[in-house]
Design a protein around this ligand. Structure first.
Ligand code: PXG
Length: 452
C-alpha cells in the first residue's frame, strides 16, 4: 500500500520541513495527517473524526466543504487562472473584491491593497506608513510601535512587528525602527490591579513611548484588537478608547491587525467595529477567503489613500499574487456567504453568546484560573492552584499535554503556554458547541486527575 498512513508519515518526515516546529522531534513522533473535512469536522488519515475548535488556523470561518467556493474557483480557473495587477492592469475578480471589502469596512475606509497572506499584509503596512509620512515631507517619522507578545506574521517585517521573543532571537530581529510596549494582559501581568486601571495604565505606555521617542519620529501604532496567537488576550474595556485618544492626540496612524478578528469572528465585520476603533489601516487575511485559498490585503482609509494617490508617486511595493483572480473570486464567494447567510448576525446574537455562556462555565474547573472569551474566541488559563493563583512550573508542558489529550478526546484546541485556545468555525451549531465543551471538560478532568 503505497499510500498507507505510516508510509505517508515516513515520507513527510523524510522531505517536509514544517513551520513553527522542532522538525527533529516531529520526525520522531510522526505528523498527524488531515485528509478530509466537512462542516466543523476534520477526518485524519487513520479515519478519526475531530471537531476543529481552531477553524484550521483561525481562518475557516464558513466551515469546510462549501460548494460555492469550489464553483467560484473552477469558474475563474476556466476564465482566467492568473493575471497581475501591475503595469496598469487588473482583473474582474480583484475589482469586485476591492469594492465588496470597501463596502463592508468602516465608512472612512474605501481602498484595498491585495497581498497573499497576513504576513505580506503587515510588510505592506510597514512600507505604506513610512511612504505615507515621507510623502507628506516627514521622512524621519518612521518608527512603528507594537506590543510584546503580539503576532503580526512571520516575514522579517511581520515578525519584527510581532513581539514574540523566540522569533526575534532567530534572525536578528526586529528590523530597525520598530519598538514594543507592554500588552494588556490582565490575568498574566496585572492580576493584583483593578482591570480597568490596568488597561488605562498599559495604554498610557503608548503616550510615554511617543514622548520618549519624539512625536516627529513615530509613524504608527499597530495592534490586534484581541491578541490571537499570543493567547486570546482581551484588553480591559478602558484600553482601546485610551489608545484611540493617544493616537488622535499625537496624530500617529492606528493600525488594527484584523487578520484573525476580521470577517465575523467577534460578531462584527471587523474587530475595529467591535471595539469602536477608527483605524487608518487594517491588515486582513485568513477569514477573507475562509482559508480556502491564500489571499490577504490592507484596507486603507481615505486619509492615507488620498496621500498615496495625490502625493505619493509610485509605491515601490507589490507581489506577483496581489489580487490573484482565483483567490479573489473565492474570497468574493466567501463574503457573499457570510452576508447572505447572516453569519455575522448569527455570531453576534446567537452562537457567540451561547459559546461564551458555556465556555465561561469551564472557569469553575479546579484546573482553570480564568475562562475568557469574546465572539467566537475563547481561552482557558490552566493553573496549578486557583486561590491564590499559581501557574504550573512548566507552562508549555501542561499546555501540550492538554492539547494532545484533547485530540485523543476528539477536539482540536491550540495551546499557548498554559493557555488553551479555541477559535471554531463561525457556523458551528449549538449541539456542536455542546460537544466541544463536553470534550474540553472531559480533557480537563483527565489532566486534573494526573497533575493536581
Ligand atoms: N496578523 C495576525 C493577527 C495573525 O494572527 C498574521 C498576521 C500573519 O498571517 P499569515 O497569513 O502570514 O500567517 C497572523 C497569523 C498560531 C498561528 O499558532 C497564528 C497565525 C499564523 C500561524 C500560527 O496561533 N496568525
Amino acid at each position: 500500500m503505497e499510500h498507507s498512513f505510516s508510509h505517508m508519515q515516513h515520507t513527510d518526515a523524510a522531505h517536509h520541513l514544517h513551520p513553527f516546529s522542532d522538525n527533529g522531534e516531529l520526525s520522531r513522533h510522526g505528523t498527524r495527517i488531515i485528509s478530509r473535512a466537512k462542516g466543523v469536522y476534520l477526518i485524519d488519515a487513520e479515519g478519526n473524526q475531530l471537531l476543529d475548535g481552531m477553524a484550521g488556523l483561525w481562518c475557516v470561518n464558513i466551515g469546510y466543504g462549501r460548494q460555492e467556493l469550489i464553483d467560484a474557483a473552477i469558474r475563474q480557473f476556466h476564465e482566467l487562472p492568473y493575471y497581475n495587477s501591475f503595469f496598469q492592469c487588473t482583473t474582474p475578480p480583484a475589482i469586485e473584491l476591492a469594492e465588496m471589502i470597501s463596502a463592508l469596512a468602516p465608512a472612512h475606509m474605501n481602498h484595498v491593497f491585495f497581498t497573499g497572506s497576513g504576513s505580506e499584509s503587515n510588510d505592506t503596512v510597514v512600507r505604506m506608513v513610512r511612504h505615507y509620512w515621507a510623502s507628506l515631507g516627514y521622512a524621519g517619522k518612521n518608527i512603528i510601535i507594537s506590543r510584546h507578545n503580539a503576532y503580526h506574521g512571520s516575514t522579517m517585517a511581520g515578525a519584527s512587528l510581532g513581539g514574540m521573543k523566540p522569533m526575534h532571537e532567530q534572525g536578528g530581529l526586529p528590523i530597525p525602527d520598530i519598538t514594543h510596549i507592554d500588552q494588556p494582559y490582565w490575568f498574566g501581568e496585572g492580576r493584583d490591579e483593578d482591570p480597568q486601571a490596568f488597561g488605562l495604565r498599559i495604554a498610557q505606555q503608548l503616550e510615554e513611548k511617543i514622548a520618549e521617542l519624539g512625536v516627529d519620529r513615530v509613524a504608527a501604532f499597530i495592534a490586534e484588537p484581541i491578541q490571537g496567537a499570543g493567547g486570546v488576550i482581551i484588553p480591559p474595556e478602558s484600553y482601546w478608547p485610551e489608545i484611540q485618544r493617544i493616537c488622535d492626540a499625537n496624530d500617529i496612524l492606528l493600525i488594527s491587525d484584523e487578520v484573525i478578528t476580521g470577517f465575523g469572528r467577534l460578531g462584527h465585520w471587523f474587530g475595529a467595529d467591535y471595539f469602536g476603533i477608527t483605524p487608518d489601516l487594517m491588515p486582513i487575511a485568513k477569514g477573507l477567503s475562509s482559508g480556502y485559498l491564500p489571499i490577504g490585503g490592507v484596507i486603507v482609509s481615505d486619509r492615507v489613500a488620498d496621500v498615496l494617490k495625490n502625493r505619493g508617486g509610485e509605491f515601490n511595493h507589490g507581489y506577483t499574487y496581489s489580487g490573484h483572480p482565483v483567490c479573489a473570486a473565492v474570497a468574493a464567494a466567501n463574503l457573499r456567504i457570510l452576508k447572505e447567510e447572516k453569519i455575522i448576525e448569527y455570531v453576534r446574537n446567537e452562537i457567540g453568546p451561547y459559546l461564551q455562556a458555556e465556555w465561561s462555565k469551564l472557569g469553575d474547573h479546579p484546573l482553570v484560573g480564568e475562562a475568557r472569551g469574546a465572539g467566537m474566541l475563547g481561552a482557558l488559563e490552566l493553573v496549578a492552584s486557583k486561590d491564590p493563583v499559581r501557574l504550573f512550573d512548566d507552562t508549555d508542558a501542561i499546555g501540550r499535554l492538554t492539547r494532545d489529550l484533547a485530540i485523543e478526546n476528539g477536539i482540536v484546541m491550540r495551546s499557548v503556554g498554559s493557555k488553551m485556545i479555541i477559535s471554531p468555525p463561525l457556523v458551528i451549531r449549538q449541539s456542536e458547541v455542546d460537544e466541544l465543551i463536553r470534550k474540553a471538560g472531559a480533557t480537563l478532568d483527565a489532566i486534573a486527575a494526573r497533575v493536581l
